[in-house]
Design a protein around this ligand. Structure first.
Ligand code: G3I
Length: 488
């Protein structure tokens, strides 16, 4: 692990060797994205990408040298979440001394493979370093905001979605906030964290993430729902909700899961299943979870919490898609089949301000005994072989340019127009003498003069009015570039 003081300049991007691998991976991924539906995708990530989604896994930096492990990761997933490496105790073990070595290993690996990264997590009551555990009050508030700012700034442009705040609500029927040292700094600590994260990385989606918010009738689910609704109403920056979805006998997959997903989505946020594992790995339950996500347009990704059963934090429950030898389990086949049966993404955006599809139930009511009707009809016909065009166009802007003598990093935001994009391309004419050396979250064609950047496998799909970001590093000067965007 290497120490990186915050006073040192921000890392300028992945190494050139990693970048060339990324170009190959992205090219392959893009081909998969547009593959004919007649030849069903054979990996989870490729199949999810065809449906405008990602399929990811939590991974550990110290396992990236194990060939069985890394082969599965590279083959199957188009998104990763560092399982522990971005937590507060890992990234700021001493106050204001930041360590990004293990997290960088994962981020660089993801970039080299053309994968998205979910950042986990910026503010949490657990896995705090000792210095933070003993803090309270305004000193803690300031330290928390500094942590959010420094870490999100360091990874600016490289994170698809951040779990800004993790597990802030109590279990049980109270619907109350968890009594943590962060909560004791004041009830507004969550929104303060989100505002700091937005300021530090305007291109990342900002998520609230929690467990036991899967069952629509549970008080904790309603508490999280009310938080998101309140944030949306008051303009606090929030883009997504993460449902951890650790399912087991004490917290089983609920029959109203789809209602929960669609109700959060109706608030105008993406919904992500962020830590999925299922005790015993029932193929049917895994299939249901995937079907529920596919039925909700704004459920844009699923992450399983580990790769093989032996990698799981609950390894005795055998809850994952691969056995300890790395073989696919029946649950894997069910997930892939369900993904492949899903329709391609619609071309019109879901409403962003519509009321929830169902009224919140009384929080003390017992769980319903019958499943609610699906809020979106499941697809009954095979998807067309090519996605319909995104006729609403797109726009692009350089939102951040870091220039130093001899080089620069540019971060570009791509925004869909009046309808969703399935794919996009941004062209930019570089100043004389400038050259692109590597790019992330996109694929670059050419390096000098007019350079064309096309979407990565996971970010071609942008809902109407929504944005994604990509970045590139170059030699020379990057000032004065005017991007133009086209969408299909
Ligand atoms: O790496 C050390 C090792 O050197 C040491 O010998 C060993 C002794 O205990 O500990 C190892 O670290 C452990 C680490 O996992 C890596 O395996 C920590 O003790 C252990 O606490 C840590 O557990 C993690 C847990 O979060 C901590 O809260 C799990 O891996 C991780 O899967 C789990 O993830 C959480 C999510 O972040 C939030 N949602 C719930 C989820 C499951 O608890």
């Amino acid at each position: 692990m290497t120490d990186q003081s915050v006073s040192r300049p921000r890392r300028r991007g992945p190494r050139a060797a990693l970048a060339s691998a990324a170009v190959v991976a992205l090219a392959a991924g893009t081909a998969l994205l547009f593959a004919s539906a007649a030849s069903a995708a054979t990996t989870l990530g490729a199949s999810a990408a065809e449906r405008g989604r990602y399929f990811g896994a939590a991974i550990a930096a110290n396992k990236l040298s194990e060939s069985t492990y890394v082969n599965i990761v590279n083959r199957e997933f188009n998104s990763v979440t560092p399982e522990n490496e971005m937590k507060i105790d890992a990234t700021e073990p001493q106050q204001n001394q930041f360590t990004f070595g293990n997290a960088d290993r994962i981020v660089n690996h993801a970039i080299s493979q053309g994968m998205a990264v979910r950042g986990h997590t910026l503010a949490w009551h657990s896995q705090q370093p000792g210095w933070m555990q003993s803090m309270e009050g305004s000193a803690l508030r300031q330290a928390m905001l500094n942590h959010v700012t420094q870490v999100a700034t360091y990874y600016r442009g490289k994170i698809d979605s951040w779990d800004v705040v993790n597990e802030a609500f109590d279990d049980g029927n109270s619907g109350a906030r968890r009594n943590s040292n962060l909560q004791r700094t004041g009830n507004d600590w969550i929104e303060a964290a989100f505002r700091a994260a937005r300021a530090a990385d305007p291109g990342a989606k900002l998520c609230y993430n929690d467990y036991n918010i899967d069952n629509w009738s549970w008080a904790k689910t309603q508490a999280a729902y009310n938080l998101v609704r309140d944030f949306k109403q008051r303009g606090v920056p929030i883009d997504c909700v993460g449902l951890q979805s650790h399912f087991n006998s004490g917290s089983p997959y609920p029959s109203n899961y789809r209602t929960t997903l669609s109700s959060f989505a109706a608030l105008g946020v993406d919904v992500q299943i962020t830590e999925l594992d299922i005790e015993g790995a029932s193929a049917n339950t895994y299939r249901s979870v995937v079907a529920d996500c596919l039925a909700v347009a704004r459920c844009n990704g699923i992450t399983v919490w580990g790769v093989r059963d032996c990698d799981s934090w609950r390894s005795s429950q055998n809850p994952l898609l691969f056995d300890c030898s790395g073989n696919k389990k029946p649950a894997y086949d069910a997930v892939l089949a369900e993904l492949n049966s899903g329709a391609p993404p619609p071309t019109t955006a879901p409403p962003t301000t519509a009321p929830p599809t169902t009224a919140p139930p009384p929080t003390t009511a017992p769980p319903p005994t019958t499943a609610p009707p699906p809020t979106t009809a499941p697809p009954t016909t095979a998807p067309p072989t090519t996605p319909p065009p995104g006729g609403g166009g797109c726009s692009a802007a350089v939102y951040q340019l870091d220039q130093w003598p001899g080089g620069f990093v540019a971060n570009v935001r791509v925004t869909a127009g009046s309808s969703a994009t399935n794919a996009w391309a941004v062209t930019m004419t570089l100043p004389s003498g400038a050259a692109v050396t590597n790019a992330w979250n996109s694929q670059a064609s050419g390096s000098t003069g007019t350079v064309r950047f096309t979407n990565a496998p996971w970010n071609g799909r942008i809902n109407a009015g929504q944005s994604t970001t990509f970045g590139f590093q170059g030699t020379g000067t990057g000032s004065g570039m005017t991007p133009s965007c086209s969408a299909s």
